[in-house]
Design a protein around this ligand. Structure first.
Ligand code: G6P
Length: 608
């Protein structure tokens, strides 16, 4: 969602801000803008649409000189996407300019209060209210004005503020939305995430809720809400700017699909010791023995990882697992005690619902474990225990490599818990671990054979409706296959448990409807194939996804087939997801879609 960046230092600010905004494009946005303090006044340029429109409008930054400024990519919440609703917003007198990520829930009351005091508003946004409120309290000291104003704000916000009268100061403050500050050689920064500044520095500090940062060209100071100065740790992030570049690929999504073998290897390696899946640094063996129930809480694709993990953890470790969408978990009054482990899965570590679900779980007394890709993110910081996926920066909105690394971590958890609880034979443990270590190599094989998937995507890219079916883990994986396709190709699709299709939805199957049957799970393959034959009998075209050893059987009941290498059943989704990602990618490519930045979608969903 909204991305914010700020810079003050020895260089011209506008080009640096535009580059930072380009690095934040992946978060999802519909308009963009910058505000530059040129020492006398604040100049604002903003534009609806892609960042390129903004760059054209300000001569790539040359038309707005000045060494200090703030920038923003907006994902509309209050007020439709338009030039006027874009950020930065300024107070009526032009003295204060701000950028904002989040939602100020009590903006209507505050707006009314300010209108009653004679203030005039230009936009429909909650952000303009914050700009006016800060100006209302401004009495010659921007830090004090911000501290005073935010006391009245309810909701979520990360704010970056500049003031025409204080030309070397940016103030940053946050509550329930991400904000970092960063230390460069020729100036300092603030931003929604490290991607915006990675070209200049890797040294950052993470702001906690209600803390205020004063960023100046010669240093950064931090304050409590009561304006006591506080110290913050500096961290050096281990991401490389090269990892965030396309490296010659046409799309980030394709690059990230291809990076999966390495990402999975990097993620599992630290937890394999002496031929065992060893999470003892993270989860105490005694604790795991006594866990009575696990909740897995997440959104989007991370939730789909949870659905597969439920099957695998229950199968191997015999612990009951419930998978709940984070937006539902927050309000469902979950039954939790100290023997309940709540696992929150999140690539970004910022997703508002997942973060709040984690807070709720802690409040209710659960132990929380976060599986997160972004170091220092709010979910990682808030959890009792953290396992980092090592996917590296994921830029494409549709997740691929983060999904695969999350899935691999859940297999590690299942194995480790099974060992702690003595619920798995040594032989089977050995086979699964060996197969887990072989996942990267087997993924490579699928990626090398991608031409067949591309061919099938070409055959089907004109379909407007399709179904994914499967049973057990194949069904769980179908959820992700369907979402991937919807997200980037805009084709309507649904994932169904194969046995459930005939309870209603089969009425939508007509001649030439494409049904993708994920039939990799040997134990249930015959049953899935019976369901495939049911839809074929009604005119559907069926594409099967199966393993090498099942391919002959599956070929008899389907029209087309994609195969993956054989592996242990708990690892089938780790391999079968690749053809589904590639199919979605090529279909979207043939349909001419904006693959990395699909319409209306945001990579980091920082509002409820
Ligand atoms: C957004 C993204 C999805 C992602 C979901 C959860 O909707 O577009 O790809 O799965 O958020 O994000 P998280 O960062 O918590 O995994």
């Amino acid at each position: 969602m909204c991305g914010i960046v700020g810079y003050t230092g020895g260089s011209q600010a506008a080009p640096i801000l535009l580059e930072g905004l380009a690095r934040l494009e992946y978060r999802g946005y519909d308009s963009a803008g910058i505000a530059i303090n040129n020492g006398e006044k604040i100049d604002v340029v903003k534009a609806m649409g892609r960042l390129a429109v903004l760059c054209d409008k300000c001569g790539n930054g040359r038309d707005v000189p000045g060494n200090i400024g703030i920038g923003h990519t907006r994902w509309a919440t209050h007020g439709r996407p338009s030039d006027v609703n874009s950020h930065p917003h300024v107070s009526e007198n032009g003295r204060i300019a701000i950028v904002h990520n989040g939602i100020i829930e009590n903006y209507a009351q505050l707006k009314e209060m300010l209108i009653n005091r004679g203030r005039v508003f230009k936009s429909e946004t909650d952000t303009e209210v914050a700009a006016q409120l800060i100006d209302y309290y401004y009495n010659g000291n921007i830090l004090e004005a911000v501290a005073r104003a935010v006391r009245e704000l309810e909701g979520s916000y990360a704010l970056g503020i500049i003031c025409a009268d204080e030309p070397d100061t940016i103030v940053g403050v946050k509550s329930h939305a991400p904000l970092i500050v960063a230390y460069g050689e020729d100036g300092n920064f603030f931003a929604s995430d490290v991607m915006a500044v990675l070209n200049y520095t890797k040294t950052v500090s993470y702001l906690d809720d209600d803390e205020i940062a004063v960023v100046r060209s010669d240093g950064i100071k931090f304050y409590s809400p009561f304006l006591d100065e506080i110290k913050k740790e500096k961290y050096v992030v281990d991401w490389d700017i090269k990892a965030a570049d396309k490296c010659g690929y046409e799309h980030y999504m394709f690059k990230e699909i291809m990076e999966q073998p390495e990402a999975v290897r990097r993620t599992i390696e630290p937890y394999i010791r002496d031929g065992r899946a060893d999470l003892s640094d993270v989860l105490d063996r005694e604790y795991i023995k006594n866990v009575s129930r696990i909740f897995i809480v997440a959104c989007g694709s991370s939730y789909h990882v949870g659905v597969i993990a439920k099957y695998n953890i229950e199968k191997l470790a015999r612990i009951p697992v419930e998978v709940v969408l984070a937006s539902e978990f927050r309000y469902c009054d979950p039954i939790i005690d100290k023997n309940t482990l709540v696992i929150c899965i999140s690539q970004s570590g910022e997703t508002a619902d997942t973060l709040e679900a984690q807070n709720e779980a802690k409040r209710l007394g659960a132990v929380t474990l976060a599986i997160v890709n972004v170091e220092g993110s709010a979910i990682a910081k808030g959890a009792d225990k953290v396992i980092y996926t090592k996917a590296g920066p994921e830029i494409a909105v549709a997740t691929t490599k983060a999904y695969s690394t999350q899935l691999a971590v859940t297999v590690l958890i299942a194995l480790y818990a099974a060992e702690c609880r003595n619920s798995l034979s040594e032989d089977e443990y050995g086979i699964i671990l060996k197969e887990l270590l072989a996942v990267p190599e087997k993924m490579m094989k699928i990626l090398n054979d991608k031409a067949n998937i591309q061919y099938l995507a070409y055959q089907h890219f004109n379909n407007e409706d399709l179904f994914f079916i499967g049973r057990n883990i194949d069904y769980a994986l179908s959820l992700e296959g369907s979402l991937k396709l919807k997200e980037i190709s805009y084709i309507h699709s649904e994932a169904y448990a194969a046995g459930e299709l005939k309870h209603g939805t089969i009425s939508l199957v007509v001649d030439d409807t494409l049904v993708i049957a994920v039939a990799s799970y040997g134990r249930l393959v015959d049953k899935t194939l019976s369901n495939a034959l049911e839809v074929k009998a009604r005119g559907a075209r069926v594409m099967g996804i199966t393993t090498e050893s099942l391919k002959e059987k599956v070929a008899k009941a389907t029209d087309e087939i994609i195969t993956i290498p054989d592996t242990h059943e708990v690892l089938l989704p780790s391999l079968a997801v690749l053809p589904l990602q590639l199919f979605a990618y090529y279909v979207a490519l043939y349909r001419g879609c904006d693959i990395d930045k699909p319409r209306n979608l945001a990579k980091s969903v920082t509002v409820e």
